[in-house]
Ligand binder design. Structure first.
Ligand code: ZN
Ligand code: ZN
Length: 343
């Protein structure tokens, strides 16, 4: 019985190319009480591996958070599988607008402490006591209301390339940080104002809205299905699109374009740009925004020193890295003193 992915990303990419089939990229989450996450994880892996599902799935005692792709032809089979699991029956699936055959190249189902790393002690509040879920129509109405405060619950590098007009976009690296900052900044509005929040697919707001209600906010609303579902509804119902730019996503596509506006700039030269890249120096891997010209002149690197390292042979690079802890953990996403035009 095979319980773990065995193919490399490269092998998988060529298999997908050979198959030449359409793949859907989708995500969903559910809070539930899962008694034995490891057992549930194995159950999912066996079933989904067989359906050619690829993606990143987190399972915890508190529920499941899944981002994945699968052949379009297997969708019905996949959906019946979900419906046969009691807490996933009719779960809302966020289906991506832009499809990429290679959005995921491995099936990774991981057991975690939490499905979203929130740094919160769950005993202090009830995550089921969440805010009012609103669809795109109601959301558009609410954010026009002068009595509304609109908050982006994502991190700085996500809201940087796209956000709703007029939203507060906290300059934070983690979800935990934004919870505190927003509470501090908005505490005088607990009774009076509508607190309306959104995130990528809704999962962070699920926790955040319960948290703010617990902290005494009276009128808490969250965008159902997040930006992904909003974009879908706006398109289907021909509504006014109040989102500007791109939606950052956590797969190989890195983002989905929602509107043509470019709201950010190249971190190296400052010109309008919203393309995220990772520094080509493997030991750096910094996530930042880089325009095509800078990519060319910098050989896809974030700095001169990374450019020099990336030009060395694989062996020389390996020797340089020896004894140095993985810098991915040291560098923060989208933050580095070398990025002159990071706002
Ligand atoms: Zn540039
Ligand atoms: Zn670099």
């Amino acid at each position: 019985m095979q319980l773990y992915n065995k193919l490399s990303a490269k092998e998988r990419a060529s298999l997908i190319e050979q198959a030449g089939e359409d793949r859907l990229t989708l995500s969903f989450y559910a809070y539930a009480k899962i008694g034995n996450p490891q057992l549930f994880r194995n159950y999912l892996f066996l079933a989904w591996d067989q359906m050619e599902v690829l993606g990143r799935i987190y399972v915890a005692h508190e529920g499941i958070n899944a981002q994945l792709s699968l052949p379009a032809t297997r969708f019905d089979e996949f959906k019946s599988f979900l419906d046969s699991t009691y807490f996933l029956e009719n779960v809302r699936l966020n289906i991506a607008i832009e499809h990429d055959l290679k959005s995921f190249l491995k099936l990774k189902v991981k057991v975690r402490d939490k499905i979203v790393s929130d740094g919160l002690n769950d005993e202090t509040f009830d995550v089921r006591n969440k805010g009012v879920h609103v669809d795109a129509i109601k959301f558009n109405e609410l954010i026009e209301d002068p009595n509304t405060i609109l908050v982006d619950m994502r991190n700085h590098y996500e809201s940087e390339i796209g956000h709703f007009q007029g939203a507060i976009t906290p300059d934070v690296d983690t979800f935990r940080d934004s919870l505190d900052i927003i509470e501090r900044d908005l505490k005088e509005h607990k009774e009076g104002k509508n607190l309306v929040m959104y995130c990528t697919g809704g999962i962070r707001c699920e926790k955040a809205s319960a948290y703010y209600k617990h902290k005494g906010f009276k009128k808490v609303f969250q965008l159902e299905g997040g930006i992904i579902e909003y974009a879908r509804q706006v398109e289907n119902l021909k509504l006014e699109n109040k989102f500007k730019g791109k939606n950052f996503v956590f797969d190989h596509r890195r983002s989905e374009r929602i509107t043509e506006e470019v709201v950010s700039n190249c971190h190296q030269c400052g010109k309008a740009c919203d393309t995220h890249v990772n520094c080509a120096n493997e030991a750096c891997h910094l996530l930042f925004i880089q325009c095509e010209e800078c990519a060319k002149s910098m050989n896809d690197c974030c700095s001169i020193s990374c450019k020099e390292i990336a030009a060395l042979s694989f062996e020389e690079q390996k020797a340089l890295r020896k004894g140095i802890p993985n810098s991915n953990k040291i560098f923060k996403k989208g933050r580095s003193p070398v990025l002159k035009f990071k706002q």
